[in-house]
Design a protein around this ligand. Structure first.
Ligand code: HEC
Length: 87
């Protein structure tokens, strides 16, 4: 199975997100702690990565990612929610 980190690298997520500090968007660790214990978060964040959106972390929008497969989006969101581990 593909690792979430390599999907994030291939899809330029890391141009706007770092693992452990805010860039253009929130760090992936901030995202993980915000949604910890939230059973709805995974489906909601999959939709957000696919369709884009703004207003949760600030007014800067995240672009849509219409070309990503649902499987890649699911893997990368699960990885983010797990705290974006390096392995
Ligand atoms: C052009 C910059 C940019 C790129 C590229 C980008 N993001 Fe984002 N991302 C943002 C911004 C800005 C936000 C905050 C949006 C908001 O406040 O609602 C965000 C928010 C998020 C969130 C949290 C959403 C929420 O509603 O809490 C996740 C998860 C996320 N991004 C994952 C990804 C993944 C995975 C990729 C790569 C496929 C990616 N982002 C690519 C800028 C970007």
């Amino acid at each position: 199975m593909q690792h979430g980190l390599s999907i994030a690298q291939r899809n330029a997520c890391l141009g706007c997100h770092a693992i452990d500090r805010k860039l253009v968007g929130p760090s992936f660790q901030q995202v993980a702690s915000r949604y910890k214990g939230n059973a709805q978060a995974e489906a909601m964040l999959e939709r957000k990565v696919k369709d884009g959106g703004s207003g949760v972390w600030g007014m800067i929008p995240m672009p849509a990612h219409p070309a990503m497969s649902d499987a890649d989006i699911r893997t990368v969101v699960e990885w983010v929610l797990a705290g974006a581990p390096s392995k």
